[in-house]
Design a protein around this ligand. Sequence first.
Ligand code: JB2
Length: 217
Amino acid sequence: MSPGNEHPHQVSCQLLLIGGGGHALVVAEAALLSDWVLCGVHDDADAPSVCNMFGLPRRGTISALLSGPAPATDGVRWHLALGNLQIRARLADRLAGDAATILHPRASVAPSARVAAGVFVGAMAVVHTAASLGPHAIINTSAVVEHECVVGANTHVAPGAVLGGNVRVGAHTLIGLGARLAPGIAVGDGCVVGAGAVVVRDVPDGTRVRGVPARPF
Ligand code: JB2
């Protein structure tokens, strides 16, 4: 990794998960495999799945983090462990302190890749040579981000999606399950690429596309 990137295996750091549902289950297990010590969860559910599965205390709600004065994180590292991109963006703006980057130990992240704070890379995902991942991006299970791709802040590349070489994806965009983006394609901010789509033309900001080849809908 380039200077300034975090080492994937943070030893005995305390980590707060923001979100307690399905995505949190995946993040929690990856974090534990990477030697993080989980210290709690914020979620609106009374009994979040991740608390039940990993025996973690619920420290508060997401609604409380989103309202009132900016919440304090008391020096504890935190990670956005929920999938809702709008809520993730609002939380990222409000939370102080250092977001934790979590790389599953069986992800392949090239040493030359740039990985910003708060990123999650799931099991069997590949982030290839000179790729760049913005803050809080999610590269989910078995997704492939090829050489020199740029993935914007808070963008979610869903399981099995493939970004060919030199693809650029903006911020707050969802690349759906198993979608394919041809090499060199640009997808803008706030877009949705439907599951299984094959994108062979650039996608402007705020556009939803689906199908093979992908078209706006
Ligand atoms: O609009 C919201 C909201 N949406 C989700 N307002 C507030 N206040 N909280 C919201 N949340 C919080 O995210 C809730 O506390 C909820 O318990 C938590 C987790 O959301 P959910 O259980 O719907 O799923 P997830 O985010 O863990 O997983 C989704 O995203 C993943 C990336 C699912 O679609 C998964 O299948 C997917 N893999």
